[in-house]
Structures are given as C-alpha cells and as structure tokens.
Write a protein that binds this ligand. Structure first.
Ligand code: FES
Length: 159
C-alpha cells in the first residue's frame, strides 16, 4: 500500500486541469491509494480552485469513495435477518477477534477491510461472508479460521 506523496498527484492534476471534473480526479486518487487522503483533498481543492467543503461533499456523497484507508481485500459479513438468526453475530465476532478490527476497520498491514452488509441476496446460504467477490456460505466461527487462512494465502500470493 502506497502512502500519499503530493508529487504523485501532479500528473493526475495536470491531466485534469482543463475541464475534467472533480469526480474524475477523485476517482484516480481513490484508485491509486484505495482511499482519499486528507492531504490529497486539500491539494485538489487548491489546484482545481474548488472549495474544500465542495471536495468533501463529493467525496462523501459517492459510496465508491472512502475517506479512510482501505485494505487490499474486503471481507463483508452479512448481518441481515436470515444470516443473523443463523449465527452471523458469532461469525462476525470471530473475524473481529482474528483480524483485530471492528466493522469499517482495516488491518494494520492494510490487507483487509472488514465490513457488514444487510443482505447479499442469497439468504438460503446464510450466514454468508464474502472475500472480495468470493461468496462463502454456511459460515461458522470455526470455519472463519480456515477462511482467513485461505484469504491470507491468497493475499500473500499476490505480492
Ligand atoms: S440476510 Fe444474509 S444473504 Fe440475505
């Protein structure tokens, strides 16, 4: 995971100085850093001549943007009713313990962001956990350990 370097933004800003939208600049920054660092938003505001509050209002309006650092991988736990009654809380709690983060949090090595969702549309498989786009049904706290081992192996293999 890259840390924010103002010099790296020069190209993005230069490309977008002539008429491209604030959104496309923010999209490029989000793609590069997986979130919108505060310093980057200040720089964007100065260079594009847009107020900082306008930059923030766009950044917070779209779900695609994150103001917090995000992990390379996202683990989503469904806590909708069907998954809840089948033990999603225990599954989530196990993931929180193993990863050392609460929902919305990202691990210190920026590998994983943990999130909860309300329903993934596959209630019959509940409790459901998703690693990026891979769905895993009938999760139990015990299965979480295996799931995480595999997730870490995949994450490690990508480096
Ligand atoms: S409630 Fe979990 S998939 Fe629908």
């Amino acid at each position: 995971m890259m840390d924010f370097e103002p010099t790296e933004l020069a190209d993005v800003l230069a490309k977008n100085e002539h008429g491209d939208s604030l959104i496309s600049v923010l999209e490029e920054i989000q793609t590069q850093y997986r979130y919108l660092p505060q310093d980057a938003m200040i720089l964007v505001s100065e260079r594009l001549g847009v107020s900082l509050s306008q930059v923030y209002s766009v950044a917070t309006f779209y779900h695609a943007f994150s103001l917090m650092p995000r992990g390379e991988h996202t683990i989503r736990v469904c806590t909708g009713t069907a998954c809840h009654v089948r033990g999603a809380v225990q599954v989530l709690s196990r993931l929180e313990t193993k990863l050392g983060v609460r929902p919305g949090g990202t691990t210190g090595d920026r590998q994983f962001t943990l999130e909860t969702v309300n329903c993934l549309g596959c209630c019959a498989l509940g409790p459901v956990v998703v690693l990026d786009d891979e769905y895993e049904g009938q999760m139990t706290p015990k299965k979480v350990d295996k799931f995480l081992k595999r997730a870490m192996r995949q994450a490690g293999g990508e480096r």
